[in-house]
Design a protein around this ligand. Structure first.
Ligand SMILES: Nc1ncnc2c1ncn2[C@@H]1O[C@H](COP(=O)(O)OP(=O)(O)OP(=O)(O)O)[C@@H](O)[C@H]1O
Ligand SMILES: [Mg+2]
Length: 333
């Protein structure tokens, strides 16, 4: 096997859905035994607008550097989450969309993290009050109602549904979380499963072993015995701006990828994806200005994309350049 043949994700920007089937079986310690769902429930919906907004028109190279490619593929082989760090605007969140696009893994499940986010938000929500109100209106006991209508799997819960090909899950800005979330995540990531106590409690009642609940994709999917247990471990991309350190047990279970700001070929590929072939010719000036940043200055890629857009549509070079100031300066009057 030559040095590149083992790469399942090649960062080329061309979709090649069959390649994911070439992934070898997971290591024994990362093998999961959920029974695969069949029919529509077992397949991912197609990529949605969230992905095309970020990726632009993917007919061009996205040019990941060889080291990043190796780490991304190591995570795919080992069925481990990828922890992506780097300055704002370096393409951390977009990486999840690129992987889903190239490997044909369908809609990216997105879990944006804020300080109040708890593990349970990612797994599922149960609308107990809604269920009670509906039961009162219908003059029924809650027990006789379809409990599945009031349970909705979150992005993490949906990613762990037993599918034959992995789903892509973006856990965005994990460093913004409360101190407990990274630790709480550990167990789920390790075991690839979780329980819904509301369903586990009733699983031994007649006809209640399999309950149809709503997924994050808005579909009805069966949950058996109150447990969701994965089959193909999801491709999990966790991003962090490095606002704080993560606990060692979590780091040990992830593959860490640090993205440097896009420059050269990779930057040109991003610009081309959003503006087409003519982009670097017409806007070489702006790209040069953007690239010549001094040490320590924050220059998110979005700034360049915005500047090019304005220059094109307002026909005003100066306007574009105005935006190309380091991000910290942008705050000052
Ligand atoms: N591979 C790519 N192809 C096309 N455009 C890209 C690519 N990667 C990043 N971009 C563009 O660069 C911009 C910044 O990327 P992204 O939002 O992923 O950065 P980030 O590192 O997640 O930033 P933050 O830390 O602020 O969330 C996006 O608006 C996206 O359009
Ligand atoms: Mg981001």
């Amino acid at each position: 096997m030559n040095a590149h043949e083992w790469l399942i994700y090649q960062g080329k920007g061309d979709p090649e859905p069959g390649r994911v089937d070439r992934l070898p079986a997971p290591p024994r310690w990362r093998t999961f035994d959920g029974t695969p769902l069949t029919g529509a429930a077992g397949t991912a919906p197609p990529l949605d607008a969230a992905s095309s907004r970020r990726l632009g028109d993917r007919t061009s190279l996205s040019a990941q550097d060889p080291r990043s490619l190796q780490l991304i593929n190591a995570a795919l082989y080992l069925r481990r989450p990828l922890l992506v760090t780097g300055d704002p605007g370096t393409g951390k969140s977009t990486l999840a969309h690129e992987i889903a696009y190239e490997l044909g893994l369908g809609r990216v499940l997105q879990w944006p993290v804020v300080s109040r986010t708890e593990l349970k938000d990612g797994l599922y929500t149960y609308d107990a009050i809604g269920r009670l109100q509906d039961a009162q209106l219908a003059g029924q006991e809650t027990q006789t109602q379809d409990i599945g209508r009031y349970l909705r799997l979150g992005p993490l819960g949906t990613a762990l549904l037993p599918t034959r090909t992995p789903r892509v899950l973006l856990i965005d800005e994990l460093d913004k979380s409360d101190i407990d979330l990274p630790n709480d995540l550990l167990n789920v990531v390790e075991e690839g499963e979780f329980g819904l106590p509301e369903l586990e409690r009733i699983a031994d009642r007649p006809g209640q072993d399999v309950v149809q609940v709503l997924s994050d994709d808005g579909r009805r999917v069966p949950v058996t015995g109150g447990k969701v247990r994965c089959h193909a471990f999801p491709v999990i991309v966790m991003t962090s701006n490095g606002e704080r350190e993560f606990p060692a047990p979590l780091l040990r279970r992830c593959i860490h990828l640090h993205l440097d700001p896009a420059r050269g070929e990779r930057l040109a590929a991003m610009v081309q994806a959003h503006f087409g072939e003519r982009a670097d010719e017409t806007h070489r000036d702006l790209v040069r200005l953007f690239t010549e940043s001094g040490g320590g200055e924050l220059r998110p890629t979005d700034q360049l994309l915005n500047a090019i857009y304005l220059t094109r549509n307002a026909q005003h070079q100066g306007l574009g350049k105005l935006l190309l100031r380091p991000a910290e300066q942008g705050q000052r009057p």
